[in-house]
Ligand binder design. Structure first.
Ligand code: MN3
Length: 211
């Protein structure tokens, strides 16, 4: 039996990110959108397992795009919820320590980084994500975009640290068509502790590779 994926617990209440992201968006985004990715991923994996047992390669290939889309949606949103935090629980502010130093080294300052990030995220055509990631080869931070629900590591080999969902479902009910306003506001609820932990894990992995 294929593993059943489940919706991870949301680490805060639906209204906890207000006024940056309102309750209605969070509730729909988590309970409808993310939940649907999980349900469809499980259905597709079950069909894939059956197709594999029947050695039906055509069916297996046919199912791959469904697995990529819904599996990616599950991976991306599972990271996204933890990348955010209410201001009462440490959301907003600036990165500290090693991550702050790496951001300053790459973009000059935290303010400059945010500007570059938003300038890349705002014009993403259609639906997608903008990521702060870590490239294990160049050992550098980078900003990358992904279309649809393509997961960053699986499609670009870059470790995801902070993802911003720029699908309209992530902001439209509150910000309408003005994606730049959503991008400007979201920094107030970024959980830099979570992003830093992800970055530290990358450095630890790299350190153990060298040995
Ligand atoms: Mn989404």
């Amino acid at each position: 039996m294929a593993k059943k994926y489940t919706l991870p617990e949301l680490p805060y209440a639906y209204e906890a990110l207000e006024p940056v992201i309102n309750r209605e968006i969070m509730e729909l985004h988590y309970k409808k959108h993310h939940n649907t990715y999980v349900t469809k991923l499980n259905e597709a994996l079950e069909k894939y397992e059956k197709a594999a047992s029947e050695e039906d390669l055509t069916k297996m290939i046919f199912l791959q795009s469904t697995i990529r889309f819904n599996g990616g949606g599950h991976i991306n949103h599972s990271i996204f919820w933890t990348n955010l935090a209410p201001q009462s629980q440490g959301g907003g502010g600036e990165p500290k320590g090693e991550l702050a130093a790496a951001v300053a080294l790459r973009w000059g300052s935290f303010e400059a980084f945010k500007e570059v990030f938003n300038n890349i995220a705002a014009p993403i055509q259609g639906s997608g994500w903008c990521w702060l990631g870590y490239c294990e080869h160049s050992k550098q931070l980078m900003i990358e975009t992904c279309a649809n629900q393509d997961p960053l590591y699986a499609t670009k080999g870059v470790v995801p640290l902070l993802g911003v969902d720029v699908w309209e479902h992530a902001y439209y009910l509150q910000y309408k068509n003005v994606r730049p306003d959503y991008l400007k506001a979201i920094w107030q609820v970024v959980n830099w502790e979570n992003v830093s932990q992800r970055y530290s894990q990358c450095l630890e992995v790299c350190a153990s590779c060298v040995k």
